[in-house]
Design a protein around this ligand. Sequence first.
Ligand code: NAP
Length: 251
Amino acid sequence: MTNPFDLTGKVAIVTGANTGIGQAIAVALATAGADVACVGRTPAEDTAAQIRALGRKAEIVSADLSTIEPVQRVVDETIEKLGGLDILINNAGIIRRADAVDFTEADWDAVIDTNLKSVFFLCQAAGRHMIAQGSGRIVNIASMLTFQGGIRVPSYTASKSGIGGLTKLLANEWAAKGINVNAIAPGYIATNNTAALQADAVRNTSILERIPAGAWGEPSDLGGAAVFLSSAAANYVQGHILAVDGGWLAR
Ligand code: NAP
């Protein structure tokens, strides 16, 4: 019987693949059989080594996604070096924290440009290729703040709420063209992105008290959801935002 989660022969782009959630997803996709273009501004040497140790191909594609300047090149280089493009994981993202009354235009623009604008235009560049081949998978990394307001992170909340809407819009436009567009909403995961929260004893305690699972998630906890949404097992899943949150949203 064919394994519906098998990604053998597929080529994936993972942005922000050098660390945290992106690294874990890149390795999970390779474990399921995919070759991976590791895209980002810091070369993902360690991730590429882990993928090659699994017997899969890895290419490092250098790109600063704070502007949309590199998006077409990212797609072109992936196709040139790995022979195709089947899966796009939009994971790269940043966060800036300040009270709403003090929040600067620079912190607004930086987060929206990286977390939302570059994501859309990378979807567009990959989507054109996927539409032409009649198949493809796009998984955007959302957040609990796709559903909730959060505090002291106005541009991050706006960007991740935007990711939810964008995921549904693209699913509406592209589902009939053979492309599945979905999102994963991680809960509280121990990475660089959340280091400030983990270090804040008061916030850390209040966060832990609210998580039914009773612990921060690990980046590897996101791997299964990414493989699922990238695979034939999710053929009829469209425009969905899959929470992987230790039960946070159920509280
Ligand atoms: P992380 O460890 O800080 O990783 C962020 C990744 O994005 C890094 O690879 C980083 O590269 C890359 N990146 C940032 N700006 C970039 C740019 N301009 N160009 C290219 N790459 C860039 O954080 P993480 O927690 O794994 O976050 C990954 C994604 O999950 C983000 O979209 C984040 O919003 C989301 N998320 C995280 C959590 C959580 O609890 N950790 C929860 C919900 C959603 P550098 O190393 O070069 O900076």
